[in-house]
Design a protein around this ligand. Structure first.
Ligand code: ZN
Length: 93
């Protein structure tokens, strides 16, 4: 018995948009979590921080910069016309 092959089922455009919205929500939540993690990590004052004139060693200062980069990316994603999903500014939460 030969079973005919079928073309893969394609989601309807509305379902595809809903799936994209869920994926974007997950991505924004991940970026939010990553930024929080970096800011929490930056609070981990170390011996090198104690020796720095401004109170943060380069490694911990870089954590703040990276957190800001994550926030910038999330903001860009929420405003990008290709997304068009109407996410509120400031993240998915
Ligand atoms: Zn440090």
């Amino acid at each position: 018995m030969i079973i005919p092959l079928r073309a893969p089922i394609q989601p309807a455009p509305a379902a595809e948009a809903a799936l994209a919205a869920v994926r974007l929500e997950v991505l924004l939540a991940a970026l939010h979590d990553a930024a929080e993690y970096r800011r929490d990590r930056a609070w981990g004052y170390c011996l090198y921080c104690a020796c720095e004139r401004h109170g943060l060693c380069p490694d911990h200062a870089r954590d703040y910069d990276t957190a800001d980069d994550y926030d910038d990316l999330a903001e860009t994603l929420t405003r990008h016309p290709a997304c068009g999903l109407g996410w509120p500014a400031g993240g998915a939460r």
